[in-house]
Design a protein around this ligand. Structure first.
Ligand code: ADP
Ligand code: ADP
Ligand code: ADP
Length: 213
């Protein structure tokens, strides 16, 4: 299965990606996670990406596309993958077509997670991310046993710099201007499957797996 997840920031892509990738035994490739680990690791890629991420803007396509091209060429992605956070505009979608063509493969399906604006704001404002393993929690919807300590790995949780209200607002504008056209792009090709992403994490996982079966 070669799967792409789309949906606004806070839709639950990263949360669902973990379960879906495990269910289908495919690697989860999250461009946001790759950028964040490069930022915290102080790499050249991280230095390039940081100012865009902090502002809630997209990292330039040439940087992002090269990173994804390299990642999809790795051995573990040959049989399938789940892309979370890429493509994020139509040019990146065309790049993905080119990558697939050059590897003699094609996308299986694009899964669109539908949530309303207010819920996205609630999800993002309460999101807490583990510094160590990257797992996401939520202060109300999915709290940890001890405050600010990851139940999975014991790492420290932090509130992402881009999850504060002004940047959230801007990221949602970026989503509607640049990313939401992908819904029509893939729908027009008959590759889109949309699901209702409201409800508990478990409900949404069930809907996703049923839609993909
Ligand atoms: P995305 O990757 O689309 O930005 P995340 O998976 O990081 O979204 O989810 C955003 C926040 O919402 C996280 O804090 C997560 O714990 C929480 N969340 C995810 N799915 C649900 C859900 N179905 N119900 C309530 N909260 C959720
Ligand atoms: P969310 O799911 O909450 O929107 P991500 O973790 O996917 O956030 O992305 C965080 C930031 O990383 C984005 O705001 C953007 O700056 C950068 N980023 C991630 N994926 C891409 C991409 N495909 N193209 C450009 N920038 C990206
Ligand atoms: P320290 O002060 O020891 O560096 P903190 O937990 O106080 O650690 O983190 C400071 C800030 O750095 C956090 O609020 C967060 O915004 C940012 N940060 C921490 N880890 C990461 C990461 N992996 N990616 C991006 N930003 C991070």
């Amino acid at each position: 299965m070669r799967l792409v997840l789309v949906g606004p920031p806070g839709a639950g892509k990263g949360t669902q990606a973990e379960f879906i990738a495990e269910h289908f035994a495919i690697p989860k490739i999250s461009t946001g996670d790759i950028f964040r680990s490069n930022v915290s690791g102080g790499t050249e890629l991280g230095r390039l990406a940081k100012k865009y991420m902090d502002a809630g803007d997209l990292v330039p396509d040439e940087v992002t596309n090269a990173m994804v091209r390299d990642r999809l060429a790795q051995d573990d992605a040959v049989e399938g993958f789940l892309l979370d956070g890429f493509p994020r505009n139509v040019l990146q979608a065309r790049e993905l077509d080119g990558i697939m063509a050059s590897l003699d493969r094609s996308l299986s399906v694009v899964l669109d997670l539908e949530v309303d604006h207010d819920e996205v704001v609630r999800r993002l404002s309460g999101r807490r991310t583990c510094k160590q393993c990257g797992h996401v929690w939520h202060v109300e919807y999915d709290p940890t046993t001890r405050p600010d300590v990851c139940d999975k790995c014991g790492g420290a949780l932090y509130h992402r710099d881009d999850d504060y209200p002004d940047t959230v607002r801007h990221r949602l504008e970026v989503y509607s201007a640049q990313t939401s056209p992908l819904v029509q792009f893939y729908d027009g090709r008959g590759q889109l499957v949309s699901i209702d992403a409201l409800g508990t994490v478990e409900d949404v996982t069930e809907r996703a797996i049923a839609a993909l079966a």
